[in-house]
Design a protein around this ligand. Structure first.
Ligand code: NAD
Length: 255
């Protein structure tokens, strides 16, 4: 089969390091022939992500998604670098560490709001700033987790943010569909990344999934990445407003 993303340009937001799901997605997009731009957040990540970007011949830009001015600058930089986009991957989330360990009832207003702003509202801001670059239609994909619809110990405020993110996917899919832009989320099983390590007892989650998931193992980053390829490619042309589980089947269990 020909490369699935040949001739397409993709922007991937949320590479922090080699363990990031966004990095697995970037590698899969590169393998399939996409031209890539990657973003990172803040000076601390700059050198690592520039180095990763060099491996894939990607343009590397900085963007804090809570700042509209940075999103506008990102759109301007992409336009200056040649213009259009066919795919965007939003692989970004944040919650205060204490909100991923103490009882949900103790979530502070500020902790609740920061999780919503970075993890959910940013998808709308990204779409507003960058979908105008998708003049020929395209695909916007975000990353979510089962904690949006089920109670998962310690996921707490992030589960509430993911619920808002998934609802945002549906509203955006409906509004952007007429211009040929599809919006979907991949609901990934737990994968050990920097963000995941912030969740109390994360290794117990991994053990529980491996024991009970129908496939009796955890999710591989490459499986999430290949699903992102499918969604961004012509193969996904009929799919929008969906939450696709890539989780070794764990979501179907009732007990
Ligand atoms: P990660 O820590 O590698 O990625 C999170 C990214 O969010 C980082 O690159 C970080 O810089 C970025 N980010 C945070 N605040 C930002 C801001 N203000 N502006 C721009 N970027 C910002 O961890 P990951 O696990 O690869 O997470 C990627 C996505 O996948 C997240 O949405 C996460 O919730 C989701 N997800 C992860 C898992 C898992 O188990 N790892 C499972 C399901 C879904």
């Amino acid at each position: 089969m020909a490369n699935l993303l040949e001739g397409k340009t993709a922007l991937i937001l949320g590479v922090a390091n080699r363990w990031s799901l966004a990095w697995a997605i970037a590698q899969a997009f590169h393998r399939e022939g996409a031209r890539l731009a990657l973003t990172y957040q803040g000076d601390r990540q700059r050198e690592v992500v520039r180095e990763l970007g060099r491996e894939l011949g990607a343009l590397v830009l900085s963007c804090d998604v809570t700042q509209d001015s940075e999103l506008e600058r990102l759109a301007a930089d992409l336009r200056a670098a040649g213009g259009g986009l066919d795919a965007i991957v939003h692989s970004i989330a944040f919650a205060q560490r204490e909100d991923l360990s103490r009882p949900f009832l103790e979530t502070s207003r500020s902790g609740y709001l920061v999780a919503q702003e970075v993890s959910a509202s940013s998808l709308v801001a990204v779409a507003r700033a960058l979908v105008p670059l998708m003049s020929g239609g395209g695909s916007l994909t975000t990353l979510t987790y089962l904690g949006s619809i089920r109670v998962v110990p310690n996921y707490n405020v992030m589960g509430v943010a993911k619920a808002a993110l998934e609802a945002s996917v549906r509203y955006l899919a409906n509004e952007l569909g007429p211009q040929g832009v599809r919006v979907n989320a991949i609901s990934a099983g737990p994968v050990k990344t920097a963000s995941a390590r912030g969740i109390k007892d994360f290794s117990k989650m991994l053990e529980g999934v491996a024991e009970r998931a129908p496939l009796r193992r955890n999710t591989e980053p490459g499986e999430v990445a290949d699903t992102a390829v499918f969604l961004a490619s012509e193969l996904g042309r009929g799919v929008t407003g969906n939450i696709l589980f890539v989780d070794a089947g764990f979501q179907l269990l009732g007990m």
